[in-house]
Design a protein. Structure first.
Length: 405
C-alpha cells in the first residue's frame, strides 16, 4: 500500500434533545438550558453568559453546518480490505509463534489489531501499522498524541481520539485521507463503531455531571448529531443488531435507541445499577445477544463478569468467573469471551460459560506491567494485550494465538 495523506478540517453539529436528571442545581443540565433565555439556577447569569454553560455544546462556536450532499460514497472500485488487512476475516496465524511480544520505544496508549499479526499502534504523534516483528508498514501522523481508537473494518476507517480537548481524527484507509474534527465539543472518553461509516464518541464536556454522545461520520468526518446523556455516559458500546447503544457510568448502564437514518438517539428509560464499585467498561457481542459489564470490584462481590441481555438490562443470563476482572472482549464471531484480572488471560465459551483456556504472559520485558487494552484480531484467533511498563521499555504488545480453543 502506498502512503497517501490529505488533511482537511470540517466540523458541524446538530443537537438532539434528550431528557436529563430532574434534580438540577445548575444551569445547562437539561437540554436547551443554555439557550432558553432563562436564569435556570437563579445565580444572576443567563444562558451562555453563565459559567456553567461555557463548555455547553449550544455555547461552543461551530464553523459549519452538516450538509449531507457533501458526503460521498466510497468508490465502487474500493478494495474490500482483505488484501490490505483491515477487513480480514481469517488469520494466517501459523506464521506466528503461539505467543509473542513487541517491545516499543515509546508509550502506546491504544492499539487496534488487524489480522495475521499486523496491528495499528498509537505511538508518539502517529498511528502506525506494524507487523508481528514490529516493522512499520505505514504511518498516519496526528496533530497530537492519540489516546484511543476504533477500527471500522467494513468501511476502512480508523477513528482516533486525541489528547487535546475536543480533537478527533478519522483516517480513511481506502483513500488515504486524514480528516480532523477539531470541534467535537469535549474530551473523547470512549469510541464505538456505528453503521454507515459512522462512529459514536462519548464526550466529557467539562461541566459537572454532563456527558454527550457525538456521532461522527461522512467522508469529511463531520459531527452529524449529538445527544445530552447527563451523568449517564462515560463508556459506550454499539449494539448494531438491536439498533441501540449502551452507555455506562458509575455502577450501571443506560440504553438508548439509535436511528441510523437520522443519526439520532432516544432514551429507552432503562437504567440498571449492577456493579460493585464502578463500571470501567461494557462490551456487546457482534450478534447482539450478549453484553458484558466490567466492574472495578467485580459483580456481586464474587469477582464475576455478568452476561446481560442487551435488550433487557435486568435480565442476567449467566456469569464468567474471572477473579477481579479488569478488561473483557468478545471474539468477532461472538463465540468466545476474553478477560483478564491484570495478570492472567482467560478465554471462555460464551454459551455455557466454560473456561476454554488461560495464559499468564511472559512480561519479563515489561517491569511493573499494567494492561491498558485487551482485543481480538479481526480474524478472531489472536488475542492482543497492550501494557504500560516502566523502564527500559515504556510499552509492550503481546499476542496469544488461541486457535483450537
Amino acid at each position: 500500500m502506498t502512503q497517501r495523506m490529505v488533511w482537511t478540517g470540517v466540523v458541524a453539529g446538530v443537537m438532539v434533545a434528550c431528557a436529563a436528571p430532574a434534580d438540577k442545581v445548575w444551569e445547562g443540565v437539561e437540554a436547551g438550558d443554555c439557550i432558553d433565555g432563562a436564569d435556570n439556577d437563579e445565580d444572576g447569569q443567563t444562558d451562555c453568559a453563565d459559567s456553567d454553560c461555557a463548555q455547553n455544546y449550544d455555547c461552543v462556536p461551530h464553523t459549519e453546518t452538516w450538509d449531507p450532499s457533501q458526503e460521498t460514497a466510497l468508490p465502487e472500485s474500493a478494495p474490500t480490505g482483505d488484501a490490505d488487512g483491515w477487513d480480514c476475516d481469517d488469520d494466517a496465524w501459523g506464521q506466528l509463534e503461539t505467543t509473542g511480544t513487541i517491545l516499543l520505544e515509546s508509550s502506546v496508549p491504544t492499539a487496534e489489531p488487524l489480522c495475521s499479526g499486523d496491528v495499528f499502534l498509537a505511538t508518539g504523534g502517529a498511528v502506525k501499522w506494524v507487523d508481528s516483528e514490529g516493522e512499520e508498514e505505514q504511518s498516519f501522523p496526528m496533530a497530537s498524541t492519540p489516546t484511543g481508537m476504533v477500527l471500522d473494518g467494513n468501511q476502512g476507517n480508523i477513528y482516533v481520539a486525541r489528547a487535546d480537548v475536543g480533537a478527533l481524527t478519522v483516517v480513511d484507509l481506502e483513500t488515504g485521507n486524514v480528516a480532523e474534527v477539531r470541534d467535537v465539543g469535549g474530551l473523547v472518553v470512549d469510541l464505538s463503531v456505528l453503521p454507515a461509516g459512522r462512529a459514536v464518541a462519548s464526550l466529557d464536556i467539562g461541566v459537572q455531571g454532563e456527558t454527550y454522545l457525538a456521532v461522527v461520520g461522512g467522508t469529511g468526518a463531520y459531527v452529524v448529531a449529538e445527544a445530552d446523556v447527563g451523568p449517564y455516559g462515560q463508556r459506550v458500546a454499539s449494539d448494531l443488531v438491536n439498533s441501540q447503544v449502551l452507555v455506562g457510568s458509575g455502577s450501571g448502564l443506560t440504553r438508548l435507541a439509535y436511528d441510523s437514518a437520522t443519526s439520532s438517539f432516544t432514551f429507552l428509560n432503562q437504567r440498571v445499577d449492577m456493579c460493585v464499585g464502578d463500571l470501567v467498561d461494557v462490551e456487546v457481542s457482534a450478534d447482539g445477544a450478549h453484553a458484558v459489564l466490567v466492574c472495578s470490584l467485580g459483580n456481586g462481590g464474587d469477582g464475576t463478569l455478568w452476561d446481560v441481555d442487551p435488550t433487557d438490562l435486568e435480565s442476567v443470563r449467566g456469569q464468567w468467573v474471572v477473579g477481579t476482572p479488569e478488561l473483557a472482549a468478545f471474539s468477532p464471531d461472538s463465540t468466545k469471551l476474553a478477560a483478564t484480572d491484570g495478570t492472567t488471560l482467560y478465554v471462555f465459551d460464551v454459551d455455557g460459560y466454560a473456561l476454554a483456556g488461560q495464559l499468564v504472559p511472559d512480561l519479563s520485558a515489561c517491569p511493573g506491567a499494567e494492561m491498558r487494552e485487551l482485543k481480538w484480531s479481526r480474524g478472531g484467533s489472536i488475542l492482543y494485550g497492550v501494557y504500560d511498563c516502566s523502564d527500559p521499555s515504556p510499552s509492550v504488545v503481546t499476542w496469544w494465538v488461541t486457535e483450537g480453543l
